[in-house]
Design a protein around this ligand. Structure first.
Ligand code: BGC
Length: 471
């Protein structure tokens, strides 16, 4: 059984969904802002304190390690405390982390601030998509959850602007402290937002869940959806060990595979090192900062395209087109760096392929990874499973960030981009083989496929056991 998503929905209901989604997406904004801001701030922090290379590395990458820890804890906490409460907690932790960094008298305190901030980033990275997927009506779930990724890209872009605004005089404390503003808005707003209806039912608060659903669904839709949620809850018992059950394996393979592939195809070497890469293509410093803003804009605009297309075209087509494009542009980028001299044409090819590479990431692997992991796990273990998968994403991110300078030194920039190209091709094959289509289907229908071992449709190609909404 699926929910009838075609029934006309009152304007007020839609508005409520969008307000809730926009607010919850602030989580994503903080995730993007706090990962992006360090690239600019670090230039001045380096002058403010005496640091060994190891400490420098920890200041830059500490938030990624903190995020891995936050994701590990956050999944469990989202299942225990509820999604809404964890968003509130993450806003408070964001605030504290930014404050500690902004006023840090010593580098040790700064590192503590970075770690705290990282934990908040880790919480936010899972609870944002999780909450959004559970309040969204199936028909627009892809777009709503992808708003989170859109907010991540807007956060990255705003961090570039804030870095630029405070660059004069090297005011790194203001750069890092600015993160307190969205944290306060998020916390204040979430006080008025409801808990996820699915989490409420699972915690025996069905009448409250009915209330929440009534703000976004018609009576018939509510009846159908509650019946579905109850059905899936009765069929399971939850716990970390459940993740090891054989029937969970396909969902784990998809989640962990995409988590690692999202990072080892190189996106954050561009997001974190764009000015350095651009400078080596012959740009002046100021032009490379401007071009970096250009990359941020392309990232945002193409994520908007994904938000619009993801429920119409589906997850698999966007992912496949995106990965094919990433593979080709990375080959071109490597070739540009391989050729001697960066004058004229070659410089243009390098910059053009860099922009296109980001565009292809933004339309596919960027949003689709976070969306799929919020859709394919059973309700009882959804938070925990997303937590585990997200830890892989952050650890892979950390590994690539640390390895990138070493790879450039050992196998040249061209070689490094070709390695990313090869891994993008692997990701394309992986998508073709393992990634299911979840467009238009209820979370419960996706779960029932998983239990019947036909995630992504039955072996004969049909979508067994459930009705999909394919218009
Ligand atoms: C990734 C981040 C990345 C961002 C870029 C996200 O989906 O998880 O690591 O920085 O996209 O837009």
């Amino acid at each position: 059984m699926t929910v009838d998503t075609d029934a006309p929905e009152a304007d007020g209901r839609n508005r409520f969904v969008y307000v809730t989604a926009a607010l919850a997406a602030l989580n994503g904004l903080l995730f993007g802002f706090d990962t992006g801001i360090i690239s600019g701030a670090f230039l001045y922090i380096r002058d403010a304190f005496t640091m060994t290379p190891l400490v420098e590395g920890i200041v830059v990458s500490g938030a990624l390690a903190g995020a891995a820890l936050g994701a590990a804890l956050g999944g469990y906490l989202a299942d225990r405390w509820g999604r809404r409460r964890l968003i509130l907690v993450s806003a408070v932790v964001f605030f504290v982390g930014s404050l500690v960094m902004a006023i840090a008298p010593t580098v040790e305190v700064l590192v503590v601030g970075r770690l705290i901030d990282g934990v908040a980033i880790g919480f936010a990275s899972i609870v944002g998509p999780l909450y959004l997927s559970e309040i969204a009506p199936p028909k627009i779930r892809g777009s709503l959850v992808s708003l989170n990724q859109l907010a991540v890209t807007v956060g990255i872009l705003s961090s570039y602007f804030v870095n630029y605004a405070f660059a004069d005089g090297g005011q790194w404390r203001w750069m890092l402290g600015t993160g307190m503003v969205p944290a306060v808005i998020l916390a204040a707003g979430m006080l008025f937002m409801p808990e996820s209806p699915r989490w409420l039912v699972e915690h025996d608060r069905e009448s409250k869940a009915r209330d929440v659903l009534s703000r976004t669904r018609t009576d018939d839709q509510i009846r159908a959806e509650l019946a579905e949620i109850n059905e899936t809850i009765e069929a399971e018992d939850g716990g970390l060990l459940d993740l090891l059950e054989p029937w969970m394996r396909p969902a784990l393979v998809v989640g962990v595979g995409l988590a690692v592939l999202q990072q080892v195809t190189g996106i954050n070497t561009v997001i974190y090192y764009a000015p350095t890469i651009l400078e080596s293509t012959g740009f002046e410093s100021s032009a490379s900062i401007l071009a970096t803003v250009g990359i941020g804009v392309v990232n945002v605009v193409m994520t908007v395209v994904a938000v619009v297309l993801i429920d119409r075209r589906g997850r698999r087509p966007l992912l496949s087109v995106g990965l094919a494009g990433m593979t080709l542009t990375l080959v071109a980028l490597g070739a540009a760096f391989y050729l001697p001299g960066f004058s004229g044409f070659v410089g243009t090819v390098a910059t053009g392929s860099l922009m296109l590479y980001v565009a292809f990431f933004a339309v596919g692997l960027g949003p689709v990874f976070w969306l799929l992991i919020s859709e394919i796990y059973p309700l009882k273990v959804r938070g925990t499973a997303m937590g585990v998968v997200t830890v892989f994403n952050w650890v892979a991110n950390l590994a690539v960030s640390l390895a990138f300078p070493v790879m450039v030194a050992e196998i040249t920039t061209a070689g490094t981009f070709w390695v990313f190209a090869a891994l993008s091709a692997v990701a394309l094959a992986f998508t073709y083989r393992f990634v299911p289509e979840t467009k238009g289907r209820s979370l419960e229908a996706i779960e029932s496929d998983l239990r019947e071992n036909v995630l992504g449709g039955s072996p004969d190609g049909s979508s067994a056991g459930t009705v999909s909404d394919d218009d």
